[in-house]
Design a protein around this ligand. Structure first.
Ligand SMILES: O=c1ccn([C@@H]2O[C@H](COP(=O)(O)O)[C@@H](O)[C@H]2O)c(=O)[nH]1
Length: 224
């Protein structure tokens, strides 16, 4: 069975991205490419990373009016991503149109509340209440709009899975026990995230900044 760990390749440098993928490819289940990588390397970069033979997760967090997002999703068809993100806060029509525009082999998942935000941050952007209530609201919206799943933190995944048993749950912001959280505010360990129902785990800096990324990936794998 393939690893549930997708490594976040967060660099604008294609050569560095290829080196990291080559180092960890035997101990991860997929490669997550985000805005930093995509803005610098575009379609060409994604094609190059696809050569490692692992599923590609395009974490572009699309968020715009429905027509614009649908056209953007169509423009990504040829890259055949296994997973693509949009922001749930874009609303029902945007979510429905994004899903309709995606290829049949692409899971479209909605980002609920970024794992770098806590309740106080939500208040700053006009969302009162707790992060977990907002995650539940946006998860319900994503499910009823026909998406494949959501992105949430390990703190909420068990709650949303109760109401969406066949959903696909992406959990970033995971940290090995005692690891530096950096800008992540709602973080759990990889083991906790899996036990609570995560479908896949996104791990970036704990692997990419490690002295030996392959060893770091193996150590995380050993806890699962
Ligand atoms: O809520 C979210 C959504 C996406 N991410 C992305 O996951 C990785 C996490 O990287 P770390 O270095 O392990 O913190 C990164 O690419 C984010 O863009 C997220 O963290 N939280």
């Amino acid at each position: 069975m393939s690893s549930p760990v997708y490594v976040a390749i967060d660099t604008p440098d294609l050569a560095k991205a290829e080196t990291l993928a080559a180092q960890v490819k035997r101990h991860v289940g997929g490669l997550k490419l985000g805005l930093e990588f995509f803005c610098a390397n575009g379609h060409h970069g994604v094609h190059e990373m696809a050569k490692f033979g692992l599923p590609i997760f395009l974490d572009l967090k699309l968020h715009d009016i429905p027509n614009t997002v649908a056209k953007a999703v169509q423009a990504l068809h040829m890259l055949e991503p296994a997973i693509l993100t949009v922001h749930a806060a874009g609303g029902r029509a945007m979510l429905e149109d994004a899903k309709a525009a995606a290829g049949v082999n692409t899971k479209v998942v909605a980002v609920t509340v970024l794992t770098s935000l806590d309740d106080a941050d939500l208040l700053d952007i006009g969302v009162g209440g707790r992060a977990q209530d907002q995650v539940r609201r946006l998860a319900d919206l994503a499910q009823s709009a026909g998406l494949d799943g959501i992105v949430c933190s390990g703190e909420e995944v068990a709650m949303v899975k109760q109401a969406w048993s066949d959903g696909f749950f992406v959990v970033p912001g995971v940290r090995p026990a005692g690891g530096a959280k950096g800008d992540q505010k709602r973080a759990v360990t990889p083991r906790e995230a899996l036990d609570r129902g995560a479908s896949i785990l996104v791990v970036g800096r704990p692997i990419s900044l490690a002295e030996d990324p392959d060893l770091a990936a193996r150590e995380i794998e050993a806890t699962l």
